[in-house]
Design a protein around this ligand. Structure first.
Ligand SMILES: C[S@@+](CC[C@H](N)C(=O)[O-])C[C@H]1O[C@@H](n2cnc3c(N)ncnc32)[C@H](O)[C@@H]1O
Length: 495
C-alpha cells in the first residue's frame, strides 16, 4: 500500500493573524485542501471600524486612507510594481486603490493554491473596488472560471444626495475548474405570479394547467385519449418528477409514454380540455420554486433588534452565508473564511455540518468567534505579536480574556485605569510599550488607586525596572497600598 505523508488538515479552528501569513503556511494549509472559500475583507471604502464590540469598545481594525500608504511597504515588491505602473497612468479617484488590489492579490493567490480543483470562492466586495477586483480575480482564477457577479441588496432604500441610493454589495463567485459542487437553490414564487397563474384548486391544493408537449414532432409518439401532439407540430413531454413520486424512479424509467400518461390521468394529474387537449395539473406544492438568480433582494441586513446581532457593523446575516454554503458545498466539506470577523461563516458552516477554518487579524474578533462557535484559537500570543497589537486590544486580551476581569470602556481619560479584576475590586493598568515600567509609572498608578478609594492594584507589562520593586515595597509600607507587578511573559508562559 502506498504511504502518504500528507497530514490531515486541522479543522474547526480559528487562526489569529494576517491571513497571508497564515495561509502561506503550507504545512497547515496544503495545496488543494479546501472546498469553499468565502471572504469579506475590509472594503477599500472603509475607514477604521473601531468601537465595533459594543460592550468593551476596544478594537480598531480595518484600514484608513493613510494605512493604504503604510501598507505599500509590506506588499511583495513584484506584485506592487505591476500595480504601481497602472496607478501612475490612472488619473482619477483615490490613489491607494492599486495598493488595495495588490494587497488582495497576494491573499487571493494563496486562496487559489489552497482551494481544491472542485472548489469555489466567493469574494464579497462593494462598488468602490468590485470592478478592479474582478479583473484581478480573472487573472488569478481564470476568466472562464468566473460564474456570477452577485448583487446583494445590503440595506433598505436611503437618500444618497444627487445620485441613486447605493444600497448593494457585490459578491464575485468563481470556481477553480469546470467541475465543481453546485446545488441549485430556489426562491419562492411571487404572490402576484401565484395569483395570476395558479387559478385551479382541488383537495390537493392550488394548481396551474400546463401543456404536456414540447417542440418538434416525434414520429414514434403514441395517440393518447384521441390526441396526438404531432397534429399541432409537437411531441409528448410528460413531467418525470410526479411519475417518479408515484411509482419510484426505477419503475418510472421502464414505463412507456402511454403508461406514464395513464398513471397521471388515473391519479387526477391530467385534465382534458373541451377541445380534447390534455393538460397537466401542476400543483404549487410540488414545485421547488424559482431557481435562484444573481440578484439577491430577499436577504435583509441584520437589524438592531435581530437575535443574530453581535454589535459588529460589518457582520453579515446568517441567511446570506447559508445560501452560499448550501450552494457550493456538501456536508463534511471544509469551508475557509480568511477575514472572518465575528464568525458568521463559521457559525453557519457548523450548523450545516461542514468543517470550518477561520482567520482574523483581530484578537478580539477571534475571541468573540470562539465564544460563538467553539473550536480553538491558534496564534496571536507570541511576544512579537503581542508587542505589535493595538493597545486597547492588548489591554482587552489581558484583562478580559486572561484575567477574566472587566475593561474600562473609556478610551481617553481613563485616569490610568485600564480595567478591574476580582469583581471590580482591583484596578489594573496595562503597559504595552517597549520601555521598562519604572518608578514614575508606579507613583502615578498609586494616585489612580487612591482616586478609586481602593487598597490594591495590578500593573501588567513586558518589563519592570529594579527600582519599580523598591517603590512598590515603599508604597506598601508607607501608604498601605498593595501594588502587584505581573509580567506578560508570566501570563502567556513565554520562556
Ligand atoms: C468586513 S469584516 C468581516 C465580517 C464577517 N464577514 C462577519 O460576518 O462578521 C473584515 C475582517 O477582516 C479582518 N482583517 C483585516 N485585515 C486582515 C488580515 N490581513 N488578515 C486577517 N483578517 C483581517 C478584520 O479584523 C475584520 O474582522
Amino acid at each position: 500500500m502506498k504511504r502518504t505523508n500528507k497530514k490531515l488538515m486541522e479543522t474547526n479552528v480559528i487562526y489569529c493573524g494576517d491571513s497571508l501569513d497564515i495561509m502561506k503556511d503550507s504545512q497547515r494549509f496544503p495545496d488543494e485542501s479546501v472546498d469553499l472559500i468565502y471572504l469579506d475583507p475590509p472594503f477599500f471604502s472603509q475607514k477604521h471600524y473601531e468601537d465595533f464590540w459594543i460592550k468593551d469598545k476596544t478594537s480598531k481594525v480595518g484600514f484608513s486612507d493613510k494605512d493604504w500608504e503604510k501598507l505599500r511597504h509590506s506588499i511583495n515588491p513584484t506584485t506592487l510594481k505591476e500595480y504601481e505602473e497602472i496607478e501612475k497612468r490612472w488619473k482619477g479617484g483615490h490613489h491607494g486603490i492599486y495598493v488595495y488590489i495588490a494587497y488582495m492579490r497576494e491573499r487571493l493567490e494563496q486562496c487559489w493554491r489552497v482551494l481544491k480543483k472542485t472548489g469555489s470562492i466567493y469574494l464579497h466586495c462593494d462598488s468602490h473596488a468590485g470592478h478592479y477586483l474582478k479583473m484581478m480575480m480573472d487573472e488569478v482564477f481564470g476568466y472562464d472560471n468566473f460564474k456570477n457577479d452577485i448583487v446583494w441588496k445590503r440595506t433598505h432604500a436611503h437618500n444618497d444626495p444627487q445620485r441613486f441610493g447605493a444600497n448593494s454589495d457585490r459578491i464575485l463567485f468563481y470556481t477553480k475548474s469546470n467541475e465543481y459542487t453546485f446545488n441549485i437553490q430556489y426562491s419562492k414564487y411571487d404572490k402576484e405570479y401565484i395569483d395570476n397563474f395558479f387559478k385551479g384548486k382541488d383537495e390537493r391544493g392550488v394548481y396551474q394547467l400546463v401543456i404536456l408537449t414540447g417542440p418538434n414532432i416525434n414520429p414514434n409518439d403514441p395517440t393518447w385519449k384521441k390526441y396526438n401532439p404531432a397534429q399541432s407540430g409537437r411531441s409528448w413531454s410528460v413531467p418525470k418528477r410526479i411519475v417518479n413520486k408515484l411509482v419510484g424512479k426505477e419503475k418510472a424509467s421502464k414505463m412507456s409514454i402511454k403508461e406514464r400518461l395513464d398513471l397521471l390521468y388515473e391519479n387526477n394529474y391530467i385534465e382534458i380540455s373541451k377541445n380534447g387537449v390534455p393538460r397537466f395539473k401542476q400543483y404549487l406544492d410540488d414545485m421547488e420554486g424559482v431557481p435562484l438568480q444573481e440578484i439577491w433582494i430577499d436577504i435583509p441586513p441584520i437589524s438592531s433588534n435581530s437575535n443574530e446581532r453581535l454589535g459588529y457593523p460589518t457582520q453579515k446575516p446568517e441567511a446570506l452565508m447559508e445560501r452560499i454554503i448550501k450552494s457550493s458545498s456538501n456536508e463534511n466539506d471544509i469551508i475557509l473564511d480568511p477575514f472572518c470577523g465575528c464568525g458568521t461563516t463559521l457559525a453557519v458552516a457548523k450548523k450545516l455540518n461542514r468543517k470550518f477554518i477561520g482567520v482574523d487579524i483581530s484578537r478580539t474578533a477571534c475571541d468573540v468567534m470562539q465564544k460563538r462557535v467553539g473550536g480553538k484559537v491558534i496564534g496571536g500570543e507570541s511576544e512579537e505579536e503581542l508587542r505589535k497589537m493595538e493597545p486597547n486590544e492588548f489591554a482587552r486580551l489581558l484583562v478580559v480574556e486572561k484575567l477574566k476581569g472587566t475593561i474600562n470602556p473609556k478610551k481617553s481619560g481613563d485616569m490610568g485605569i485600564d480595567g478591574w479584576i476580582e469583581f471590580m475590586t482591583i484596578p489594573v493598568q496595562v503597559k504595552r510599550w517597549g520601555h521598562k515600567v519604572g518608578r514614575p509609572e508606579i507613583d502615578k498608578f498609586k494616585t489612580a488607586i487612591e482616586r478609586e478609594h481602593k487598597k490594591k492594584g495590578l500593573i501588567l507589562a513586558f518589563d519592570f525596572s529594579k527600582d519599580c520593586y523598591e517603590e512598590v515595597e515603599r508604597i506598601k509600607h508607607e501608604d498601605k497600598i498593595d501594588i502587584q507587578l505581573k509580567s506578560v511573559k508570566e501570563i502567556f508562559n513565554h520562556d
